[in-house]
Design a protein around this ligand. Structure first.
Ligand code: NA7
Length: 552
């Protein structure tokens, strides 16, 4: 464990590395760099660590990957000592864990909170980055690592009249720190992605009335959440080496689970139903991994989708509402599948109603109502569960200029281009953690974060040993990787959905399937091979003798 605060170079005042963001990616990056003797400064716009888990404080917020797996693996002491209370940790507990990690590894001294990185410009003469922050200061660093998160740029939709609404408006991705009391209020909830689906049942328990405005009906599987027993925790702890290895190398999505060995249509209808039932009863994301072709074959996918649609009909008493809640516009799993606690049953409550805004979009929001098809649905408060400008949104908020003053936003105007999701050509020494073109949001994020951080740390050590001043993605390697990411995506059903994976939730955003869907194990092997071949596809420049920026 390192404890000393990073000091910049005493003569130049420059850091080796600036890290943007103190979520799980930024914290682990800092920890690794310190251990390797690099000086690093982290800037975090929030008032504390935790990233996504700092901002998403809405009622019912919890992770949809099981806690024993949604946790760091880099320290065995950490994973042995931390007690997760439930199968799926609620947001406050994940935030507590993030704070525990920050304290345990003494990270805070190198993190500047309440500070946004506004601009980063590569200086070609100095081979370093000039990083300007919201407090008006500029620092130099040889490297910049964007640990800005994939679901961190909350997006308020542009709905006519929203500014005229007299009641409180909340966004799930930017929830107040104080508790919000909906008792006795009529609440309107716009959005039925994971955040809407998690929060609706809790809001309904308190509100006088909850009106859910649904544009796209979503598939959701019961979480079957519950307290973890000591035996369950111990079983994980004893087997962590194998569980973590499996998650990294074998499971496509970085989650240790039984792997499917056959396609859905290889089983008889009865056998198929029995398997779907077993997974439904067990609950959780692994519903989608009962067969190996649900993301590839539409007929196979339909069998799973029909099963879930049938379950919705069983749960929801009013047949019109049940029909509306049945997703029909996309194959199951091609929009991030949701994991819920009593979402569909919530519509059986007398104080909950569902309004279809697909057939008739919201016309306008007035001082006290949401107007749809000429009818005013009166509400006292609005909850926007309308999602994020995913994967690229937080990168795009920073003015980043690379070689020749090229702006990253301009380079990515037609869609993000990266080599391995880690670097982008023309922007030397700039790394992105879980960037577009890597498995990222299709995986257990912590598995992907640790892989990227370790790869970047190894890369910086390599550069230091070799006396390299810069490294950047080669244009040709980048083109090939972008084509490969696209090709793999188009071999699946995923591009058929208007999902945030495709940028489809942001008007005007290019429709590109952003994450790499080849699986975390395959991807890790590719990254490791590239490194083993001397960082094949990357372009490097040696240090000029008189200028040694990296020390140690
Ligand atoms: P999501 O999954 O992007 O969901 C956003 C929801 O908001 C979705 O139902 C959208 O409908 C709806 N939406 C977005 N804009 C509008 C407008 N303008 N009008 C009406 N409805 C709208 O975000 P979440 O926060 O729920 O979840 C993000 C991820 O966090 C999740 O996948 C997990 O990985 C955790 P649409 O589907 O676009 O028709």
């Amino acid at each position: 464990m390192s404890s000393a605060q990073s000091s910049p170079d005493p003569t130049t005042g420059a850091y080796d590395v600036v890290i943007v963001g103190a979520g799980f990616a930024g914290m682990y990056m800092l920890h690794r760099l310190r251990g390797l003797g690099f000086s690093a400064r982290v800037y975090e716009q929030g008032g504390g660590v935790g990233g996504t888990w700092y901002w998403n404080r809405y009622p019912g917020a919890r992770c949809d990957v099981e806690s024993m797996q949604y946790s760091y693996s880099f320290s065995d002491e950490l994973q042995q000592e931390w007690d997760w209370s439930e199968r799926y940790a609620p947001q406050p507990e994940i935030l507590k864990y993030a704070n525990h990690v920050a304290d345990r590894f003494d990270l805070r001294s190198d993190i500047q909170f309440n500070t946004r990185v506004e601009r980063a410009a590569f200086d070609e003469r100095a081979n370093s980055w000039s990083v300007t922050t919201s407090d008006g200061k500029t620092v130099q660093a040889q490297f910049i690592v964007l640990a800005t998160g994939c679901l961190s740029n909350a997006r308020n939709p542009d709905i006519k009249g929203l500014e005229n609404f007299k009641g409180a408006v909340y966004h799930t991705g930017n929830w107040p720190h104080e508790s919000v009391d909906f008792t006795g209020l009529r609440v309107g909830l716009i959005g039925t992605g994971s955040s809407g689906i998690q929060s609706a049942p809790i809001i309904a328990e308190h509100a006088k009335h909850l009106t859910v405005f649904q544009r796209t009906a979503n598939f959701s599987i019961p979480a079957r959440n519950g307290a973890l027993t000591d035996e369950e925790r111990d079983a994980f702890r004893k087997n962590y080496p194998e569980i973590r290895r499996f998650a990294r190398e074998v499971a496509r999505n970085g989650i240790y689970a039984e792997q499917p060995d056959r396609g859905a249509l290889d089983d008889s209808e009865d056998a198929r139903r029995a398997k779907f039932k077993a997974r439904w009863d067990r609950g959780g994301l692994t519903f989608m991994y009962v067969y190996n072709n649900l993301g590839l074959d539409l007929a196979a996918n339909d069998s799973a989708a029909n099963y879930v649609r049938g379950k919705i009909t069983e749960i929801v008493k009013d047949s019109t509402t049940a029909k509306l809640l049945q997703p029909n516009s996309h194959p199951i799993g091609t929009k991030r599948i949701c994991i819920d606690t009593d979402y569909f049953a919530t519509f059986n409550r007398p104080n909950v109603s569902l309004v279809d805004i697909k057939t008739n979009p919201i016309q306008e929001i007035t001082a006290n109502a949401v107007r749809v098809a000429g009818a005013d649905h009166e509400v006292d408060a609005l909850v926007m569960a309308t999602g994020f400008d995913a994967m690229t949104g937080s990168v795009a908020k920073i003015d980043i200029s690379g070689r020749g003053g090229e702006m990253l936003n301009q380079k990515w105007a037609e869609g993000p281009k990266t080599y391995l999701g880690l670097m982008t050509a023309g922007f030397p020494n700039l790394f992105i953690i879980t960037g577009p073109g890597s498995p990222s949001v299709l995986s257990n994020m912590i598995v992907s974060i640790e892989q990227h951080v370790d790869w970047i740390a190894d890369c910086l050590v390599h550069m230091r040993k070799q006396g390299l001043a810069t490294m950047e993605a080669g244009r040709e390697a980048e083109e090939k990787w972008v084509a490969h990411v696209n090709e793999v995506a188009h071999g699946t059903l995923y591009p058929q959905a208007n999902s945030w994976y495709m940028g489809a939730n942001i008007p005007g955003k290019p429709r590109i399937f952003m994450p790499y869907i080849g699986g975390v194990g395959v991807y890790r092997r590719i990254c490791d091979e590239v490194a083993a071949k001397g960082y094949e596809g990357f372009v490097t420049e040696a240090e000029v003798q008189s200028r040694r920026v990296v020390t140690g």
